[in-house]
Design a protein around this ligand. Sequence first.
Ligand code: SAH
Length: 560
Amino acid sequence: MIGLISATAAGAAARDRLAAAWPDRARVYDGPVGDAVRRAFAECEQLVCFLATGAVVRLVAPLLSDKASDAGVVCVDEAGRFAVPLVGGHAGGANELARAVGELLGAVPVVTTATDAVGIPGLDTLGLPVEGDVAGVTRALLDGEPVALDAEVAWPLPPVPFAERGAHTVRVTDRAVEAADREVLLRPPSLVVGVGASRGAPVAEVLDVIEGALRDAGLSPRSIAELATVEAKADEPGIVEAAVRLGVPLVTYSAEELAAVEVPNPSAAPLAAVGTPSVAEAAALVRGGKLLVPKRKSAGVPATATCAVVRRPGRGRLAVVGLGPGARDLLTPRAKAELRRASVLVGLDQYVDQIRDLLRPGTRVLESGLGAEEERARTAVAEARRGHAVALIGSGDAGVYAMASPALAEASDDIDVVGVPGVTAALAAAAILGAPLGHDHVSISLSDLHTPWEVIERRVRAAAEADLVVTFYNPRSRGRDWQLPKALALLAGHREPTTPVGVVRNASRPDGTARVTTLALLDPATVDMMTVVTVGNTATRDIAGRMVTPRGYRWQEEPK
Ligand code: SAH
């Protein structure tokens, strides 16, 4: 039972919302608050107090005896903005309670216990149907007790700090098993049920054949990802309604697509009716997977429905995530979310350091040093192919002179790929310099490690002739010092010596520097690998120390 205690009108209103939401779980304690808290603490496993934390500390302190048996206590402030688990965060379930209260009242749970603060996810928040001892196994995770993962079906999960062995287990399975003691079952959407039906087949018969097939094969209906059939049956009421009742989408394929699928039990009847020798088996198998239940017919005479069940392999997920130029607040929220969603992180060690504090416990970090690009790309793709949720990180934008292309060159269509854009160095630098990219611009890497210098030179010449603003990446390193002067000389052939040039080193980082100089005055020795160099076009001006490239003569002349 959850005891609810309040002192003010606002508190009572919020209290009543909880009481209404939890009619069988919560009880209101009226009267003087001191009394109410003492009674509730004695009678309930948990308390929600609409009182200041200070007041509750004083009231509860004399009542505390043992972490294992004390009630969990949550305080909610007068405005209902925060839910603070005060004592019994884990054993008393106060952290969970604060989250539940937060959901109901729109309050932020203010959790201060270590494991929660570092973000171990609740097992019921992983996005999969869940059964069994969720509270017990989650608590074991939070308390740092070993919890083993038993993944019968590989499925991309967010990171959870699983142990090799443990008294508690999380089992990822699509089988119709019951959860054992201290076990949680996660139901991956791994089953595709192909269905066929004659016109007017009753929904009961369609459901019957599906449920019978799953039952006989020992499979859980909670793992059905979708029903699949032929386009001609997209509106067949019995099939449509069966999908609705099972709570899964209905997907359809053309007869040609299905006819091309090899199946064990083709037959003449569907070929005549809809143009494919198999509907149920072909629709279940069309996206690949293993046939667990070959075509079977419903029990009606004559039978009006067929079904077949396929287990499709878990599709791994590769997120290619740009971390931005360095400053934490230039890391996008989406990038942050992807980092926390991945169970495997692949990246250059110095980039991993940049975001290590954001990772959830249990994240497997595969870091490597400079130069191992190909290997990183291969590793990331291989991990995703194994069914994991992988984040491959890069600074700035991960697609700009970075990991996205080598990774996607390796990847096949058996994994899902998600790109998260990042603020690339050219943009981070431009924002510092002023508005150098106000008209057409180009980025050119001066690294001739993987690109022949002739190619680079041809591109610089073209940019010079086309009067494009140019940002040089990888402008100069210890072993590569003649390329930048050479490139600047090519641009100088088409631009005045007074053309503004911006030099930005470590953009957005604490030790960042930036200056605006000119083509004639730039000293290449001041440029290194942490720098980008942006050269203006013939219209770019230095205005009050800022680089400004006009939008264009015509645009400025246009009447409003
Ligand atoms: N993917 C990165 C670029 C990688 S190439 C991005 O989108 O920004 C590496 C080059 O990027 C460096 O040699 C340097 O020229 C530039 N660079 C990366 N981060 C930078 C920063 N914070 N400030 C200035 N230049 C940076």
